[in-house]
Ligand binder design. Sequence first.
Ligand code: ADP
Length: 487
Amino acid sequence: MRVLQVCAEIFPLLKTGGLADVAGALPPALRARGHEVRVLLPGFGAILAGLESTVVVCDLYPPAGLSWGAGRARLLFGRLPAADVDAYVIDAPGFYARPGGPYADAQQQAYGDNHLRFGLLGWVAAELAQGMDPYWSPAVLHAHDWHAGLAPVYLRAAQQARHQHLAGSVFTVHNLAYQGCFAAHHFPDLGLPAQFWGVEGVEFHGQLSFMKGGLYHADRLTTVSPTYAREIQGAEQGCGLDGLLRTRAADLSGILNGVDGAVWSPAVDALLPACYDRDDLSGKAVCKAALQQSLGLAVDPARPIVCIVSRLTEQKGLHLVLQALPGLVAQGWQFAMLGSGDAWMEAAFRDAAAAQPASIAVRLGYDEPFAHRLIAGSDAILVPSRFEPCGLTQLYGLAYGTLPIVRRVGGLADTVADTQLDTLDTTATGFVFDAFTADALQAAAARALALHRRPADWALVRDRAMRQSFDWDAAAAQYEALYHAVA
Ligand code: ADP
């Protein structure tokens, strides 16, 4: 089947979070199942730089009513060898060639024309379903997160205008908290029919919401874990959209993300000082010693390291970690973190490390190779999120024998099994706590430490963790079933 994945980032060319990992891994997994998959991406510098064998599909002209602002714009087609996928790329320098990030400038200010920049992404997706490329058109549009939220909306508008089914649509929520909301007066800029405004459409509490547009108009909805799919139908995690999601419950499912074994496997990971696997963990000890050394932590094989790799935002529960940090160190842990995000959090972690450099190490910034070395060299990985659609770092932790300590929420609840006396010999793969408090976090860390002091039991749980399989083929098979249903 011909499937067009519509998204704003893709690993390894451009990544701000887990979305890029998914966008990079899903197309090859679908291809392995016999599907013809292409991606549609905005022409950010990193994407254009990675595009090879490029041809111009067509010049892009704004449709009547769509207020432009991009200047010259073309649709390109080529290959992204780094992501191993064929791609359409929207070359619109007026929109995408900017020095800051994909969504915000260097000062973290969202671009003022984001509704146009990502409106164009959705519009081109729907045009591809209507023959914009005479040689290829998709049977299914699979749009990811709010950036691509208007793809199902423009598709619906085109289908209504033509009284014809053009393609099926699937919309995947990677994080409901980021909704792509804009002032209502921008709606006419998008060139959508007037009836698409309103509660039964893209309006959300008087604003224009790309996320709501996708949730309302896509044929099927998915999110990235079964538990998160349930949670977002409730007020606490529904971000105001739980009512709509409840009415669409029959069309909503949760499909767990996988782990790309070519990128995240300790047996083949060329970024590590030494590789290892379940049968021979000597390489993990080498990774640990190298990590302690490179971070200036006391080099001591007996002292367990708990790590974090994360965006530093409130969602990730890192203020709890700051509160718990003295307690964790007192318990005997070394703590090592890689992250970037909120300035106050960066400063607080930097201060904590400066106060206890032999036990606490903090590296600020975004560093993919170091993320691999940190996870490989640590004994445990902490993910205490307030909410977590799927979460990837706990999956990497399982694969690398770095036991996850997680809060029982979203995809964390679906992927980590708590260690108890009655689960030790059966299902245990990590440590799970419920309350969103520093005390609960610390209690779970204490349980982890108690197990670490019993090497045979620790090895038992670690071995089971490393045997867990979150492969993309299983996820691709579930997406495939949805594609068949909507095509
Ligand atoms: P989210 O998408 O909410 O940020 P996920 O756990 O789904 O959270 O995905 C985060 C991804 O980003 C993982 O691949 C993780 O390794 C990576 N990551 C997060 N912060 C950093 C960082 N500072 N340096 C390198 N990789 C990071």
